[in-house]
Design a protein around this ligand. Structure first.
Ligand code: NAD
Ligand code: UDP
Length: 332
């Protein structure tokens, strides 16, 4: 079975490509390396350098490869940037999806697994968040992803392209052997920023907001290890291959950790003091995001292997220590 992974040079995409190869899938990757790294792609996957929005490029890939299913990670995902330049997000994410689905229609490819996000829910009405809860994004990034979910729904009704939307909560960690990991420029996510401080690359962590209605006043988030997340994509491909209907699944651990707790866990794992100061709230941050993800467990058979936040952080630290410069300058 040949799987085309769009965005397979990125953080989550590269771990998924790696797991697909390990499990014997034939894998092709499309990526324009805007945030990804060629060095992150498993060498057994075929790599096509290009943009999802480029119709003739994508046509060429679908003509060259005999694609059975698509896994779509290629997107921009930095919330504050999306507030400043929303059209960049609707162009890359939402218009990219339209182009992809049109090419899939023309080549009769009928299955897609899609990276959605907790950001499609916006400010939750209840915790834990269920898949059936209202989706009211509070930023253009979440809106661009919700639009992609809706577009897939209508494309399914019209041309039978079945989809699984996986709504990730917080993702962290790296492959256990430390060979691939997270490397974003600039880095915006909490765990890799904390580890940059631990490694002496930053002087301190700024914790955005200490006055939320949570256990210690800092935001609470639900973390999943990136390899467990990758495995959920493989289960979603199997779900679609069995002829099941389109659906959406939350991917979380059902356990929340506050930003302060993540900091404490990282101090323990790294043995470093990791100085931190309290800073104003980051606009658009809900107080608490925790997923109800029993649906993914029951329907897809998802069984995350990492259930301990220190173990998750330890894998990220292992990657960081082995790759102080990430994939390195010019390693695109
Ligand atoms: P990433 O930036 O590391 O990976 C995205 C990849 O897509 C990169 O390799 C980039 O070069 C590529 N890309 C982007 N636009 C492209 C285009 N037009 N054509 C071809 N390639 C393109 O991001 P990530 O953290 O791995 O996230 C992957 C997906 O998961 C994203 O869609 C994101 O919205 C979603 N997501 C991530 C998180 C998280 O915590 N990291 C949480 C929820 C959802
Ligand atoms: N955060 C923080 N300092 C940072 C980066 C992030 O306090 O330098 C907080 C952020 O405000 C949020 C949590 O860490 O409460 C997780 O943020 P991240 O960007 O990692 O993921 P998000 O929850 O936005 O998807």
């Amino acid at each position: 079975m040949t799987v085309l992974v769009l965005g397979g040079a990125g953080y989550i995409g590269s771990h998924t490509v790696d797991r697909l190869v390990e499990k014997g899938f034939d894998v092709a990757v499309v990526d324009n390396l805007v945030t990804g790294h060629k060095a992150a792609i498993n060498s057994k996957a075929r790599f096509y350098y290009g943009d999802v929005r480029d119709t003739s490029f994508l046509e060429q890939v679908f003509t060259t490869e005999k694609i059975d299913s698509v896994v779509h990670f290629a997107a921009f995902s930095v919330v504050p940037e999306s507030m400043r330049v929303p059209l960049k997000y609707f162009d890359n994410n939402t218009a990219g999806m339209i182009n992809l689905l049109e090419v899939m229609e023309r080549h009769n490819v009928k299955q897609i697994v899609f990276s959605s996000t907790a950001a499609t829910y916006g400010e939750p009405k209840q915790i834990p968040i269920k898949e059936t809860d209202p989706q009211v994004p509070t930023n253009p990034y979440g809106e661009s992803k919700l639009a992609m979910e809706k577009i897939m729904h209508w494309a399914d009704l019209a041309s039978g392209i079945k989809f699984v939307a996986l709504r990730y909560f917080n993702v962290a960690g790296a492959k256990a052997d430390g060979s691939i990991g997270e490397d974003h420029h600039p880095e915006t996510h909490l765990v890799p920023i904390i580890l940059q401080v631990a490694a002496g690359e930053r002087t301190e962590l700024k914790i955005f907001g200490a006055d939320y209605p949570t256990k210690d006043g800092t935001n609470v988030r639900d973390y999943v290890h990136v390899v467990d997340l990758a495995d959920a994509h493989i289960l979603a491909l199997a779900y679609l291959a069995k002829g099941n209907d389109s659906d959406a699944f939350n991917l979380g651990s059902a356990t929340g950790f506050s930003n302060q707790e993540i900091l404490e866990a990282a101090r323990k794992v790294t043995g470093q003091p990791i100085p931190a100061t309290m800073a104003p709230r980051r606009p658009g941050d809900p107080a608490t995001l925790i997923a109800a993800s029993d649906k993914a467990r029951q329907t897809l058979g998802w069984q995350p292997q990492y259930d301990n936040i220190e173990d998750i952080i330890r894998t990220a630290w292992n990657w960081k220590q082995g790759h102080p410069q990430g994939y390195g300058e010019g390693a695109k």
